[in-house]
Every structure is written in structure tokens, then in C-alpha cells.
Design a protein around this ligand. Structure first.
Ligand code: KG4
Ligand code: ZN
Length: 343
């Protein structure tokens, strides 16, 4: 296990982030993780506007990088320690991805360091390792505004996708239904707050893909049904709270049903595997409580990374880059310098 230190850059959606992560003696240390959230800039439009996002990344990334380096230095880091630079190379909003990747490329070229393009989802998949050691294989439920997936994380670079959404992501469903109910953006936290006063049994909402045996998700039917209930039955604040509670329960139930299928098929030998929940929706208390119960029932250890690592951040990108880099031999590493022009 050699010691490695990587600077990570994330800019694929509405967060600009830079981080320095070091791995020493097998132990992961996040030396800095700075994030600029653009939520306020997009809130007036009720969702992320790609052009505004890209411009904001341009304006903030240089300063964020300086801050990330400065903060790491307060923990004894020296810039000469850097072994590589990692940046999200997709998937995401292309304007933003280009800003972060180009910045990282310039930074790497100026210092003669290799550049590693990281898949954003690989970052999420490895994010629990920023906080604590988790043994492979583990089951990961990624529930954010852009993604809804179940993955078997067998090792670095070894991921088996067990299920994904065929339409909206779970966070997107929260956001869109909240918008119909006039709850503002981002809708997830607002809907959860409203649901606290509601009766989850008041409205019966459809259960998606009931006949299917796979681990895929679908939320568009729920969205349509909720919009219809909103028009036909929501007259008072109590009606609205009841609908929010019913929607939240329906989303939690679907996440549990699919996760349960994945757990049943999951092979971890005689080890007690971890069930990791990452992404913004993991902040939802109802969702979290239901998934915790489910994990207990099936003998999984429930792991929810700290929210700062669950939502978009650059530490997970730095770590994914670092782990990739550590698997390369000397020849492959020196090739990374040459290949930088094409990333
Ligand atoms: O992971 P994330 O910060 O960003 C990406 O999508 O990349 O996730 C944001 C999503 C949004 O859709 C937001 O509404 C949802 O997570 N979310 C929640 C809660 N907090 C954030 N959904 C339900 N309940 C919450 N408390
Ligand atoms: Zn993400």
C-alpha cells in the first residue's frame, strides 16, 4: 500500500468543489473539502439552469482550489506531496464538466502531474470510504436528484449495476411533486417538512413496476397521480400535508421494495455486508428509518455517510482518482501524463 495524495475537482451539476485527499498506511484522510453550492442562483428558476451553472463554476473554481490547498496546508500538507489530479469527466451537465476538467488539466500540466478523469457515479460509489473502512462487496443505494441506482460495489472499478430508474430519480420525484404543491426548490427538504404534519395513509398512491422482479425504479406514475390528487383533493393546508406524507411514504416504500430484492440476491459469503445509502435523499428521515429497518431484517450493516460526503463533493472524486491511480503500475502512471491531452 503506497502513500498517495490527490487533488479532486467536481463540477458536474450545481456544486463547485475542490478537495485534497491523502491515503497513508491504508487510511483515508480528507485534508480539505470545499464546496460552493449554487442553490440560491437556481432557486428562482425552480431548478438547475445549465448555462448559469457553467458560468458560476468558471467564476468560483480558481478561488475554491486556493482555499482547498490552503486548508490542507493547515493540516500539514505540502503541495509537493500531490501525486495526481482527478476531475469528474461525466456524467453531468457538459458545460460544468468542461469547466472542472479543463481547470484540472491546466493545474496538472503546470505541475507535471497525471490527470485522472473520474466517473461521477464511481465517486458516489466509493464515498462511504471517506468516513470509515467498509469491506467489499457492499450494496449501495444511490438516491440523489440526478440518480437512483442500486449497485453491488465489489471493489475499486468493479461495479455491478443491479437496478436504475427508468424515468425520474428519487430526488427528482421529490422536487417535481414539491413544485406542483408550490413548496419551492429544492423540494425534498420542503416536502419532508410539510409531511411532518400529515397523515401518510390518507391518499392511496400507485405502486410502480409491481409485476417486475428486477431492481429498477420508476417515479413518473407517482408524480402524475400526486398531481391529480393535488388538483382534485388538496384544498387546505392539512390536505397538502397529508399528500406530502403519502408521497414520502410511497417513495420510501419503493426504495425499500427494490433494495429488498437486491439484498435477497446479494452474495457476501459469510460476512455481514454493508448496505450504504448515499445521495441527497438519504437526508430524509422517513426514508432513512425504513431503510435501516430493512437492513436489520436482512442482516446488513446500515451505513449512511455523513451528509457532506453523501451529496456532491470533490473528496469522493479525489478518492476515486486515488484508488484508480493506486492500481496502476509505474508504466501506466507515466502514460497518464501523455494521455492527458485526450481526457
Ligand atoms: O445528492 P444531491 O445533493 O445532488 C444531486 O442530485 O447530485 O441530491 C439532491 C436531491 C434533491 O433532489 C433534493 O430534493 C433531495 O436530494 N433531498 C431530499 C432531502 N434533502 C435533499 N429529498 C427528500 N428529503 C430530504 N430531506
Ligand atoms: Zn451526484
Amino acid at each position: 500500500d503506497d502513500d498517495l495524495c490527490v487533488l479532486g475537482v467536481e463540477s458536474s451539476c450545481d456544486e463547485t468543489a475542490v478537495s485534497v485527499v491523502r491515503k497513508r498506511g491504508g487510511q483515508v484522510e480528507v485534508l480539505s473539502s470545499v464546496i460552493h453550492s449554487q442553490i440560491a442562483a437556481h432557486a428562482v428558476y425552480g431548478g438547475v439552469v445549465p448555462e448559469i451553472a457553467a458560468r458560476s463554476h468558471v467564476e468560483t473554481i480558481d478561488d475554491l482550489c486556493r482555499r482547498a490547498l490552503a486548508e490542507a496546508k493547515t493540516k500539514g500538507f505540502d503541495e509537493a506531496e500531490l501525486d495526481a489530479v482527478a476531475a469528474t469527466a461525466g456524467p453531468g451537465l457538459i458545460g460544468g464538466v468542461m469547466v472542472g476538467l479543463s481547470f484540472a488539466k491546466g493545474f496538472a500540466l503546470a505541475r507535471g502531474l497525471p490527470l485522472i478523469g473520474v466517473n461521477h457515479l464511481e465517486g458516489h460509489a466509493l464515498s462511504p470510504l471517506l468516513a470509515e473502512p467498509v469491506a467489499f462487496p457492499y450494496l449501495l443505494l444511490l438516491v440523489s436528484g440526478g440518480h437512483c441506482q442500486l449497485l453491488n460495489v465489489r471493489g475499486v472499478g468493479d461495479y455491478q449495476r443491479l437496478g436504475t430508474t427508468i424515468d425520474d430519480a428519487a430526488g427528482e420525484a421529490f422536487d417535481k411533486i414539491a413544485k406542483v404543491l408550490g413548496l419551492g426548490y429544492p423540494g425534498g427538504p420542503a416536502l419532508e417538512k410539510c409531511a411532518a404534519e400529515g397523515d401518510a395513509t390518507r391518499f392511496t398512491l400507485p405502486r410502480a413496476l409491481l409485476g417486475r422482479k428486477d431492481c429498477d425504479f420508476s417515479f413518473s406514475g407517482l408524480k402524475t397521480a400526486a398531481a391529480k390528487v393535488a388538483t382534485d383533493h388538496v384544498k387546505t393546508p392539512q390536505d397538502r400535508a397529508d399528500l406530502c406524507a403519502s408521497v414520502q411514504a410511497a417513495i420510501a416504500r419503493q426504495l425499500c421494495e427494490r433494495s429488498e430484492r437486491a439484498m435477497t440476491a446479494f452474495e457476501a459469503g459469510d460476512k455481514r455486508p454493508a448496505f450504504v445509502v448515499a445521495g441527497g435523499v438519504a437526508a430524509n428521515k422517513t426514508v432513512r428509518a425504513e431503510l435501516t429497518k430493512l437492513a436489520d431484517k436482512h442482516g446488513f450493516r446500515f451505513v449512511a455517510p455523513p451528509m457532506a460526503y453523501c451529496t456532491d463533493n470533490a473528496a469522493m472524486i479525489a478518492l476515486a482518482g486515488l484508488e484508480r491511480f493506486s492500481l496502476m503500475d509505474a508504466d501506466q502512471r507515466s502514460d497518464m501524463l501523455g494521455s492527458m491531452a485526450t481526457v
